[in-house]
Design a binder for this molecule. Structure first.
Ligand SMILES: Nc1ncnc2c1ncn2[C@@H]1O[C@H](COP(=O)(O)OP(=O)(O)O)[C@@H](O)[C@H]1O
Ligand SMILES: [Mg+2]
Length: 358
């Protein structure tokens, strides 16, 4: 990768490599954000300065696995960001921020805080291509507020980033650099993007094995599961007769009733009877298929994600959950962070839940 091939960006890259600071890259998909990050990181490293890169693109991740925001601390120029091993990553659990704006913003801030503790000359934040619509505006605005960048680089064909940039119009903290898409940049098809993502997941899971965790020895987040007390068998049997489907497990946490079934009940006619019987305020019915292959973050006692896994088994009799993960030191895991995307061991995505499904 040679800067000479990107004459449209050269001046900005040279000037940013000289000034450093926190630099956020914005642009649609395939506008060259990651290429720009690589060129700028390399130019800065060549000057002998320290660089930290936060890869916030949870779909087309380069530094860590997809579904996470990763921090890379390169010590020499690289041909691609994917050559940088992740120093840390924070779990988001989705491969698009659309339904996970909060988790995404939190993870980006966590990784930037971590990056800043190593006092880099340049902190670069590469982002997803989600720039259109109200959700994108909310997310990018939150990132600007949370990260307080010194520089915002917007790569656009016409004016696609202007709605995101408008709140910065009178800002004297963030300097905006508008750049065109470099002529050598090529578009990837959605199929190729999915294939690249599957490849990144597969690479991450290549030496993984299924490890069992006891319900009573790990906390769980992003799910109702394991938050309350299991319903005794007679009550579970009542649910089976009221719902007309098999109930593997049910749990009451405060006034929320969570139920794992073999399939989704066909009609909701009996929900009133369940309410009468169980006095719950909210009811979540989770068909078991929504849990299968679910992406899970494995975190330590401080909530730091140490590895990724996928949910492969649940045994409600022995109260064990089986997670497919390359992590060896499983005893450090104290929190299982439930995501929404479901990924098979070969890296292919088999679906995604909506927040609240599990
Ligand atoms: N010099 C180049 N010649 C050919 N293709 C390139 C060159 N530089 C970048 N690309 C391609 O352009 C595509 C989009 O660039 P990328 O930096 O991944 O964009 P974004 O991060 O905005 O999605 C990538 O597939 C990349 O391989
Ligand atoms: Mg990219």
């Amino acid at each position: 990768m040679r800067i000479e091939d990107y004459p449209e960006w050269r001046e900005t890259i040279e000037s940013l490599a000289e000034t450093g600071g926190t630099t956020l890259i914005l642009g649609g998909t395939d506008t060259g954000k990651t290429t720009f990050c690589t060129l700028l990181a390399n130019a800065t490293l060549e000057r002998g300065e320290r660089v930290a890169i936060v890869d916030a693109d949870i779909g087309q991740s380069e530094i860590g696995p997809p579904g996470c925001v990763s921090l890379g601390l390169p010590d020499a120029p690289v041909a691609a960001l994917s050559q940088i091993p992740p120093a840390r990553f924070a779990f988001v659990g989705a491969t698009s921020p659309r339904h996970h704006l909060l988790e995404h913003a939190v993870a980006v801030r966590q990784m930037c805080d971590c990056a800043r503790s190593s006092q880099p000359f340049l902190l670069l934040i590469d982002t997803t291509g989600m720039i259109q619509g109200p959700a994108a505006r909310r997310l990018k605005q939150s990132k600007l507020t949370l990260l307080q960048p010194d520089h915002v680089v917007a790569i656009q064909q016409k004016a696609e980033c202007e709605a995101l940039l408008s709140p910065l119009r009178f800002s004297d903290a963030a300097k905006v650099h508008r750049l065109p898409i470099a002529s050598v940049i090529r578009k990837k098809t959605p199929a190729l993007r999915a294939q690249r993502r599957a490849g990144r997941f597969a690479l991450y899971f290549q030496n993984a094995e299924t490890r069992l965790f006891q319900f009573d020895e790990v906390a769980m987040s992003g799910t109702w599961l394991n938050g309350g007390s299991p319903l005794p068998t007679p009550q579970r049997k009542t649910l089976i007769s009221l719902l007309g489907v098999h109930v593997f497990y049910a749990e009451m946490c405060d006034r929320h009733l969570g139920v794992i079934t073999n399939v989704m009940p066909r009609d909701q006619d009996h929900y009133g009877l369940i309410q009468e019987q169980f006095r719950q305020q909210a009811l979540t019915i989770t068909p078991a298929a929504k849990l299968r292959h679910l992406l899970i973050g494995l975190a330590d006692q401080n909530g730091r994600t140490v590895a990724l896994g996928t949910l492969e088994s649940l045994n409600f009799r022995t109260r064990e959950i089986g997670i497919f993960t390359p992590l060896r030191a499983a005893s450090a895991v104290k929190l299982l962070q439930f995501g929404i995307v479901r990924v098979k061991p070969d890296g292919t995505e088999v679906g995604a839940n909506l927040p609240g499904d599990v």
